[in-house]
Design a protein around this ligand. Sequence first.
Ligand SMILES: [Zn+2]
Length: 168
Amino acid sequence: MENFPEIPWTLSAEAAFFLQRCQETENREALFRLGMIEYFSHGRVELGRAFLARAVCLGHIAASYVLGIILLCTDKQSILEGMELLRSIQRFKMVSRERTKTILAKMWKNHFILPERSICSDPMCSKNTQIRNNGWNLGDGNIEEEIDCDACKCDKELQLFCNILRGL
Ligand SMILES: [Zn+2]
């Protein structure tokens, strides 16, 4: 974004912004930021998702993290896709979470995501029961290693993300 040439003064702000977008369409970091702004700040969720998805295609890890979370909350069909996306960046989850936290902290947030149901629907899932009884131990990074249920891992990540989004 810093490299964008000076905008001629004759352009309206909106036109300049559009031009800027066109020039940045293959810059994954710019796409990630635009996606975050559109989704969480302007509440234009479809546009935001499209930018994030493009950034994911270009290999942006934090965009994969955010899109994965969004997909978990979108509809039933998207849950598996979201889980897959989060699984693909498993090793980078913590760093992606921190990156997301940094960018969200600087943003005006108008659109929040709310998980409607828990991803793990297995009442016999022992980890799930344990979580329900004790609550997530959010400060303990090691607990994730102890969870062997993918769905429960997603539930935990979703909880962490929602806390970040609300500035907790
Ligand atoms: Zn589970």
